[in-house]
Design a protein around this ligand. Structure first.
Ligand code: FBP
Length: 262
């Protein structure tokens, strides 16, 4: 594990990573209700908000748009991905090398692993190479640790999410991004299983302000180090408002009620 204290991705041990790889992962329908966000510039603009410590995108967006934002945005280059058109066993091939991510100006790299799929062995080997190359260059590695596959009926089962954070520790990630395991208690167990790895909550599909902020509050109280969120920010009509509130809950220990009252 690498100490994250000197990484721009982390502020006082916590992070808000804005994720914007959905054009690949979910397809353009992700923007149906917010057509203006189909233009990546509009989401790069959001990533300049003070609350955002890192912006996770694929290399195509980084190549084209990051040069205009590199002074104001910390880039987390997502190094693998899969489209929603793929109907095979869950697998996320590498789309960008560590070297190329660094050329693009990445401050950190991110990699999805699907523990439990038939293709777990390949994904573990590919993560090994990425993690070791990232270590050579001293850049932090965030693992999107998403257990999936035929044998796994319940992706959010508490024991499954604790296993996911532990795998991130065992394989050398610095940040583990996991889905919410249904309760604060289970989140605390998942944080404990991760050792010193920072555990961040995955945002999930859009919910209402209070529900979303309460979830984040619960996760933070359980020891989470922040969140990596996409749809719950940029699918909103007023994303700056939710970023203000997230900043209060994640960095200033505000409750959801307090954050909404501000
Ligand atoms: P959301 O906050 O919108 O869920 O984004 C987080 C994320 O991990 C993205 O990086 C990724 O595109 C998406 O979720 C993948 O979600 P799923 O694996 O459920 O399709």
């Amino acid at each position: 594990m690498r100490q994250l204290t000197d990484s721009p991705l982390v502020r006082n041990g916590k992070s808000i990573i804005l994720a914007h790889d959905h054009g690949l992962e979910h397809g353009p329908t992700a923007f149906d209700e917010v057509p203006e966000r189909l233009d990546p510039r509009s989401v790069f603009e959001l990533a300049t908000h003070d609350a955002v410590t890192g912006f996770a995108v694929q290399k195509g967006l980084a190549e084209t748009y990051y040069p205009s934002y590199e002074d104001d945005v910390n880039l987390l280059a997502k190094l693998n991905g899969t489209s929603g058109l793929w109907m095979g066993e869950p697998y996320s091939p590498q789309t960008c090398s560590v070297d190329y991510a660094l050329e693009l100006g990445a401050d950190a790299v991110g990699y999805t692993v699907y523990p439990g799929t038939n293709r777990e062995p390949e994904m573990f080997e590919e993560f090994r190479d990425v993690q070791e190359q990232a270590r050579e260059h001293d850049v932090p590695v965030a693992m999107w640790s998403y257990p999936r596959g035929q044998a796994l009926k319940e992706h959010r089962k508490p024991s499954v999410i604790s296993y996911a954070t532990r795998i991130a520790l065992e394989l050398g990630a610095d940040i583990a991004k996991v889905k919410y395991p249904r309760s604060g208690r289970a989140m605390a167990d998942a944080v404990a299983a991760a050792g010193d790895v920072n555990v961040v909550l995955s945002g999930g599909s859009k919910t209402d302000d209070y529900e979303f902020l309460s979830l984040v509050e619960t996760a933070m109280n359980a020891g989470a180090s922040g969140l990596a969120v996409g749809r719950n920010v940029w699918q909103r009509e007023n994303p700056e408002q939710i970023l203000d509130a997230l900043e209060a809950v994640v960095f200033e220990e505000a409750t959801a009620d307090e954050a909404l009252a501000e």
